[in-house]
Design a protein. Structure first.
Length: 302
């Protein structure tokens, strides 16, 4: 049987990212730098040296470079879909795909990824492959866009198109909710899964300034079901007006939401802490609380 229809045109996404890197304008990497700083800080809280690490599909080599320079990681493999995305040196470059990882089972001690996995067409399959590539008690740590990311832009385009064309085309990618991502970690077989979310609000003079940054990130619309005809100028202007009407602060600048969802989990290992088996407690809760235990069916004070 065929799998689900792909959500993203990955080849188009690659071309746009490569074009953004080759452009004369600076790449907008503030989100990636923030995510990289946070990921490195989170990793430092794990008191362990990782012999073999892989940076999986992070758009730029910022994260791989930080890991390669760290005393916490001995060697780093950076998985990128094309060599054009690798403009700085990391330990090792591997041309590959997060949905078809080029690592054998139980070959990595650490797998990380920053702001990439939300573009996977088969995220459950990618997580399973990452877990299989980790050695027992190996760590997975990643962040991806989720939740209400770019909700202001999505709403503004929907209103403008509904008013001017009587319909709406998908303009902003859907992003997974935190509870869904937590379930995917468990389904992939990770032990001790943890998930949390940070919300960043970035302010711009206009909606067009936000769109300029998205182009510089190579992160414009790459949905398979996107409209193929050029966006009408009237719709674009109306969307900017809706954005300013609904999502501006008192000083007139507009807000853009980015939700960074953090995933972490471990490849299962016998050495890991496990929950106690029901009924195995050696001390009664009533004794610990200093109260009288009331059997089921009895009324207190009866």
């Amino acid at each position: 049987m065929d799998g689900p229809a792909p959500l993203f045109d990955r080849a188009l996404l690659d071309r746009r990212r490569d074009r953004a890197l080759r452009a004369g304008t600076p790449v907008a990497d503030f989100l990636l730098r923030a995510a990289t700083d946070d990921l490195v800080d989170r990793l430092m809280a794990v008191k362990r040296v990782f012999a073999r690490a892989a940076d999986i599909a992070t758009p730029l080599p910022l994260l791989a470079g930080r890991l390669a320079a760290s005393s916490q990681v001995e060697s780093v493999f950076r998985v990128a879909r094309s060599p054009e995305t690798s403009t700085e040196a990391a330990s090792f470059l591997v041309i590959g795909d997060e949905e078809k990882l080029p690592f054998r089972a139980e070959s990595l001690d650490l797998a990380v990824s920053a702001l990439a996995l939300h573009y996977a067409n088969d995220l459950p399959g990618a997580l399973v492959q990452i877990r299989r590539a980790l050695k027992p008690d190996g760590l997975f740590l990643a962040t991806l866009l989720g939740g209400d990311t770019l909700t202001e832009l999505r709403q503004s385009f929907a209103v403008a198109e509904a008013e001017l064309t009587g319909g709406a085309s998908p303009r902003v990618a859907p992003f997974a909710e935190i509870r869904v991502l937590g379930g995917l970690l468990q389904r992939a077989g990770f032990a001790l899964p943890v998930i949390d979310q940070d919300r960043l609000t970035v302010r711009y003079d206009t909606m067009f300034d936000l769109m300029r940054d998205l182009r510089a990130m190579g992160a414009t619309n790459a949905l398979v079901e996107r409209a193929r005809q050029p966006l009408r100028r009237a719709v674009l202007i109306r969307a900017a007006g809706v954005y300013a009407e609904r999502f501006a602060d008192a000083d007139g600048r507009v807000r853009a939401t980015f939700d960074l969802v953090w995933l972490s989990g471990w490849a299962p290992d016998e050495s890991q802490q496990k929950p106690l088996r029901p009924g195995s407690a050696k001390t009664r809760l009533a004794d610990a609380l200093g109260v009288r235990e009331v059997p089921t069916g009895d009324k207190p004070g009866g």
